[in-house]
Design a protein around this ligand. Structure first.
Ligand SMILES: NC(=O)c1ccc[n+]([C@@H]2O[C@H](COP(=O)([O-])OP(=O)(O)OC[C@H]3O[C@@H](n4cnc5c(N)ncnc54)[C@H](O)[C@@H]3O)[C@@H](O)[C@H]2O)c1
Length: 296
């Protein structure tokens, strides 16, 4: 029996790339899956999963459309009776340096990632809260999962991605906010930063498939971590972020204070901060941080 037997999952942006691999693996692990994407790619992926013996339907619609996000969650409930796992994955890039970026370029990328992650999460949360109310105080609530998708650009700040990087950074914060809010409904919310060869990245020759040996950037390498986080085995993992690529899983350290200085009960003065500058950094670098992601 698969790790997700009996679960109902939604994967957004699952018509291709990493999301498609997630949908296929979640279904292979026993989940009934709603495949979301903008157009017919969603139908094709769903048909493939059904042909392989899985339970799956397609639900077209944009994750940035509030009513489409509501319809997406409702489809899972209508079709399969409930919703257990929401994988927020849909997105795109429109890169440009800060001095070249246009308004639509900024708004569309921030919209698809930030609102596109929040809107389905909102309607999933509405459903889970309603179920909890119906079950009543003290009931053992079913385990629910949200898996969010950030990026190394969101973690470390990729140049030419002030739209994408800051939206993906916002997803890191949204992960923690949702985890804090929804743990009372037995929902965990975790986040992955994938790195894989997809239509989004395949222009970069470093992602090319090797002629032999392990295909490090096969997008299917990402999905086992998503299936694991979706499973009951991950019930105590919450508000965490992982970089996932190839055979690697890198757990990120949650944001923490690096060092503190105090004005001793008095407001700091500018002169005082100038004098305390070295103490503030405690010998640590004070410039642009080194890129923290694993090497290609
Ligand atoms: N591939 C990587 O190395 C990489 C790295 C970091 C982060 N990511 C993130 O992983 C996720 C998947 O990326 P991918 O590489 O598979 O990209 P992809 O372009 O192959 O797939 C993204 C899918 O999202 C869909 N989509 C776009 N806008 C949508 C909308 N409004 N509503 C519904 N679906 C929509 C697209 O149609 C597409 O099928 C994205 O969030 C991306 O930012 C990918």
């Amino acid at each position: 029996m698969g790790a997700l037997h009996g679960k109902v999952a939604i994967v957004t942006g699952a018509g291709q790339g990493v999301g498609r691999c997630h949908a296929e693996l979640l279904a292979a692990e026993g989940a009934a899956v709603v495949v979301n994407d903008l157009g017919e790619s969603a139908d094709e992926v769903a048909a493939g999963i059904v042909a392989a013996g899985g339970r799956c339907v397609a639900q077209r619609g944009s994750v940035t459309d509030w009513s489409a996000a509501q319809a997406l969650v409702q489809r899972a409930i209508d079709e399969f009776g409930d919703l257990d796992v929401l994988v927020n994955n849909a997105g795109f890039i429109r890169d440009g340096m800060s001095f070249s970026m246009e308004e639509q370029q900024f708004d569309s990328v921030v919209g698809v990632h930030l609102k596109g992650h929040f809107a389905p999460a909102h309607f999933a949360a509405v459903h889970w809260r309603n179920v909890a109310k119906e079950m009543g105080e003290g009931a053992v609530l079913p385990a629910r999962r949200i898996i969010m998708t950030t990026s190394e650009s969101g973690l470390f700040g990729g140049p030419a991605q002030s739209n994408y990087g800051s939206a993906k950074g916002g997803i890191l914060t949204m992960t923690v906010v949702l985890a804090r809010e929804l743990s009372r409904y037995n929902v965990t919310v975790n986040c992955i930063a994938p790195r894989a060869r997809t239509p989004m990245t395949q222009v970069n020759p470093k992602f090319a498939q090797p002629s032999e040996g392990f295909d490090k950037y096969d997008p299917a390498n990402i999905s086992p971590m998503v299936a694991f986080l979706a499973s009951d085995a991950a019930s105590e993992i919450n508000a965490q972020t992982f970089i996932v690529l190839g055979d690697q899983v890198h757990r990120m350290r949650p944001t923490e204070i690096a060092n503190s200085i105090s004005g001793g009960g008095q407001k700091w003065t500018v002169e005082g901060l100038i004098a305390a500058k070295d103490e503030m950094f405690g010998g640590m670098p004070s410039g642009i941080p080194v890129w923290g992601g694993p090497p290609m």
